[in-house]
Design a protein around this ligand. Structure first.
Ligand code: S3P
Length: 460
């Protein structure tokens, strides 16, 4: 599925890559709201499909990844309607009620959509083919194929457990107990989704707790889910299967992973003072903010409240001289998507920032360790690369910039290096900006509203 052009002032034909150049900016100022959380948006559509009745969603992220999930829920039998911006309804088919899709399910760039929906299909006696773009077709699916096969699903995948793949689910999946070999909320969620249609209890044991949106939201939809701490700090999640889900009202809070970009832009562009409102502060998602504050970031957490079962706050962020730190290893799952933009913050800091224990970064939308290290080096930074992370030596002020960055079609690499350009001495260009629409369609107009300067071009 070709990503749509960024909304706002920028558009370019699909056949041409759209480069973007971030210019050294004056101060950034103003108040913005970033789009809805991607993880919660996917789950709202999926769980709505499993409920009997009409789920209403407000604040849904209308990025390419989530729109692909909406289309796939339609193909699996749900009635999904858009009533207005971010305002959607889903009339579900009930657990066990999915329809077999007539054509292949196209996930575009979305690993979350693909892995969660493999869990969903695995618990139904239907066959579906999963396809996606070049990046998604390289990503490892063995991590979900293994437990879902144990539960009775059958997969025909490309070598190395890659997509495209065809999956036939089980009429009565087996409840299993599964210790996760990698800390992954996607794998945990896939197993829990298949477990929803299994007789008895399905158990997932997490060595390091990951984002718990599936657990929180499934409870709100009426599922029986328990979470307890086990020996040696493991987290044990149990779901009771053959559940009947009831529809729910979902208010999607703003995505802390998207807010990370304007927040780091404000911290690293001298004189800036911005406020980002309504950001979800789920403890399993705020590792970046904790880390930035330890580095000396001036971030004021204001108006803390609870919305739709998630803690939410407004953040006032002022430009700050950061100091390098060693990021604690156990913080990795709570900031797994934020390492590229943290590396940009680290490039401005005084001293070295060490980020390790994040080998998972190599199997995201791109190899984010390699892409981040290369992007920093081409912009004049000194970086050491490790198998599981990197160490960035900061400049204690504006970074040199002037580089052309290869994004490898990765939205977070694209936004991270645009942010770097605002606080650099010379402009920073990224080779491709279309992918930003997968998670943050209004990124460019929002950054411009804060006062940032961005130019677009085409690379044929
Ligand atoms: C997500 C989990 C994370 C994260 C991804 C969204 C989710 O992936 O990187 O962007 O919504 O469950 P892993 O589960 O592979 O760590």
């Amino acid at each position: 599925m070709a990503p749509r052009a960024l909304s706002g002032a920028i558009s370019a034909p699909h056949c041409d890559a759209m480069s973007l150049t971030a210019l050294p900016s004056r101060t950034l100022s103003g108040t913005i709201c970033v789009p809805g959380d991607k993880s919660i948006s996917h789950r709202a559509l999926i769980f709505g499909t499993l409920a009997v009745g009409k789920t209403e969603i407000t604040g849904l992220l209308e990025g390419e990844d989530v729109l692909a999930t909406a289309e796939i829920m339609r193909a699996l039998g749900a009635k999904v309607e858009r009533l207005g911006p971010g305002h959607w309804t889903v009339e579900g088919v009930g657990v066990g009620g999915l329809k077999e899709p007539e054509t292949a399910l196209d996930f575009g760039n979305s690993g979350t959509g693909a892995r969660l929906i493999m869990g969903l299909v695995a618990g139904h006696p239907i066959t579906a083919t999963f396809i996606g773009d070049a990046s998604l077709s390289k990503r490892p699916m063995g991590r979900v194929i293994t437990p879902l096969t144990e539960m009775g699903a059958h997969f025909h995948a490309r070598s190395g457990g890659r997509m495209p793949l065809t999956l036939t689910g089980a009429a009565t999946p087996l409840p299993i107990t599964y210790p996760l070999p990698v800390a992954s909320a996607q794998v945990k969620s896939a197993i829990l989704l298949a477990g929803l249609n299994a007789p008895g209890q399905t158990t997932v044991i997490e060595p390091h707790a990951t984002r718990d949106h599936t657990e929180r939201m499934l409870r709100a939809f009426g599922a029986e889910v328990s979470v307890e701490e086990g020996p040696k700090g493991v987290t044990i999640v149990r779901i009771t299967g053959q559940a009947e889900l009831h529809p729910s009202q979902v208010i999607v809070p703003a995505d802390p992973s998207s807010a990370a970009f304007p927040v780091v832009a404000a911290l690293t562009t001298p004189g800036s003072d911005i406020t980002v409102t309504g950001i979800m502060m789920n403890p399993h998602r705020v590792g970046l903010y904790t880390t930035l504050m330890e580095m000396g970031a001036d971030i004021e957490v204001m108006n803390q409240r609870d919305e739709s079962g998630e803690p939410v706050a407004d953040l006032r962020v002022r430009a700050s001289q950061l100091k390098g730190i060693e990021v604690p290893l156990d913080r990795t799952p709570s900031m797994i998507d934020e390492y590229p933009v943290l590396a940009v913050a680290a490039a401005h800091a005084e001293g070295k920032t060490i980020m390790r224990g994040a080998a998972e970064l190599r199997v995201k939308e791109s190899d984010r360790v390699a892409a981040t290290v290369a992007g920093l080096r081409v912009n004049g930074l000194h970086v050491e690369e490790f198998d599981d992370g990197m160490a960035v030596t900061g400049t204690a002020g504006r970074v040199p910039g002037g580089g052309h960055v290869a994004t490898h079609m990765d939205h977070r690499i694209a936004m991270s290096f645009i942010v770097m350009g605002f606080g650099a001495e010379k402009p920073v260009t990224i080779d491709e900006g279309h992918m930003i629409a997968t998670s943050f369609p209004d990124f460019v107009p929002l950054m411009r509203r804060l006062g940032a300067s961005l130019e677009s071009g085409t690379n044929s």
